[in-house]
Design a binder for this molecule. Structure first.
Ligand code: PLP
Length: 395
């Protein structure tokens, strides 16, 4: 049997402008093609550097940065399973699909879970969180920085995690789509666990994720007496590899090398410049989408920049729009989990002027073909105006 991959891969790579995975740089792709010994001196040096660069990217002095062989969800599960066991009380702040997953994981680990659900498309309100913290005696609070599914930004994240610390509650922040695209200061904001994946904000490959634990939460993890149902996700075992150069399981060496390169690019660009590039590009895209005659799903207060949600006009079939974009224009964006929106990612290499022009054009043409009333020239002009003055930032 001969089943060449070429026969199913597109002739020309599609431009990945959805909610992840995102395009990777040549350096990341090259690193991902290398296999080295998972133990030994070279790997130890790689791990040391990944931890060092991660401290900068997570904005933490904590040494407890651990990699996970698995998707962002595996890092979420590692956070939950190490902090949550039967009888623990968890407050889960829910804005959508991914924040609901954290609640589900906490339940599966035997916690008593209280869900604070925000209205669709809205950020969490710190006053309501504080009321819940006063009324209950929680052990853990879970929250997403950016809810990718409905494109909401929990703008008040810092005040919520600092509040959690004041109430003696451990905070877990899902930053899978946001880390390195917008500020997240783990230490200053007193966050206990930050979760990220490879294939979104960090612009690495899917399947290898990072998680950072604060110095504050570390002793709680080490001193745990409740049984630990997971083996791969047990931080006390994972630290044998990540902190002590020993063996836990065979690490995903190629993916860690890719992550090394992705982190290195963040460090070279610097966080401030990278945040600025993402903001300028995303705001330009948002204004162009509106100038074209479409509506954004979330209002400005709660709107996430890392993933932009666009409401489907009445009668327009989202699946058809995505299919036209992909087949005719070789640009892929994302649908949604049940909401009448399509989503465009602004993570890593997605936030570049040339990718925005191509994507906006493809979106406008495909929307038109599906029956939407679109003023494409106005949209393109708005994008050009918004990016023009910033062309050194967004190239
Ligand atoms: C994508 C995403 C996840 C899950 O990541 P996977 O790699 O698909 O498991 C979790 N949280 C957020 C906010 C995400 O965007």
């Amino acid at each position: 049997m001969d089943l060449p991959l070429d026969s199913i891969l597109p002739n020309e790579p599609l431009l990945l402008m959805g909610a992840g995975p995102v395009p990777v740089s040549q350096k990341v792709a090259m690193a991902n093609s290398v296999v080295i010994n998972h133990l030994g001196d070279t790997m130890s040096q790689v791990i040391e550097r990944v931890r060092l660069m991660s401290q900068y990217v997570f904005q933490t002095q904590s040494k407890h940065i651990i990699g996970v062989a698995g998707p962002g969800s595996a890092a979420m599960e590692m956070a939950i399973t190490n902090l949550v066991w039967p009888g623990r009380k968890v407050l889960s702040i829910q804005n959508g699909f991914f924040s609901a997953r954290l609640a589900e994981m906490a339940k599966r680990n035997g916690a008593e879970v209280t869900v604070y659900e925000t209205p669709v498309g809205q950020a969490a309100n710190p006053e309501e969180v504080e009321k819940l913290l006063q009324e209950h005696d929680f052990d853990v609070l879970t929250i997403v920085q950016g809810e990718t599914s409905c494109t909401v930004w929990n703008r008040e994240l810092a005040s919520i995690t600092q509040m959690a610390r004041r109430y003696g509650v451990l905070s877990v922040v899902d930053a899978v789509c946001t880390l390195s695209t917008m500020p997240l200061e783990m230490d200053n904001w007193q966050v206990d666990v930050v979760i990220t994946g490879g294939q979104k904000g960090l612009a690495s490959i899917p399947g290898v994720s990072l998680i950072a634990f604060s110095e504050h939460v570390w002793p709680i993890i080490l001193e745990r007496t409740a049984p630990m149902p997971h083996w791969c996700l047990d931080v006390r075992l994972a630290r044998q590899f990540w902190e002590e150069k020993g063996y836990h399981y065979t690490a995903p060496v190629s993916g860690i090398l890719a992550l090394h390169e992705a982190l290195r690019q963040v460090c070279l660009e610097t966080l401030d410049k990278r945040f600025n590039r993402h903001e300028v590009c995303s705001i330009a895209l948002q204004s162009a989408v509106e100038a074209m005659g479409l509506e954004l799903f979330v209002d400005t207060h709660s709107r996430l920049n890392s993933v932009v949600g666009i409401s489907l006009p009445q009668g327009v079939d989202g699946k058809q729009v995505l299919s036209t974009m992909s087949k005719q224009y070789k640009v892929e964006i994302s649908g949604s989990f049940g909401l009448p929106i399509v989503r465009i990612g602004q993570m890593g290499e997605q936030s570049r002027a040339h990718n925005l022009f191509r994507t906006l054009h493809a979106l406008g043409m495909s929307m038109k073909q599906s029956g939407a009333v679109i003023d494409l020239p106005s949209g393109m002009a708005a994008l050009e105006r918004a990016l023009d003055v910033n062309d050194t930032v967004t190239a």
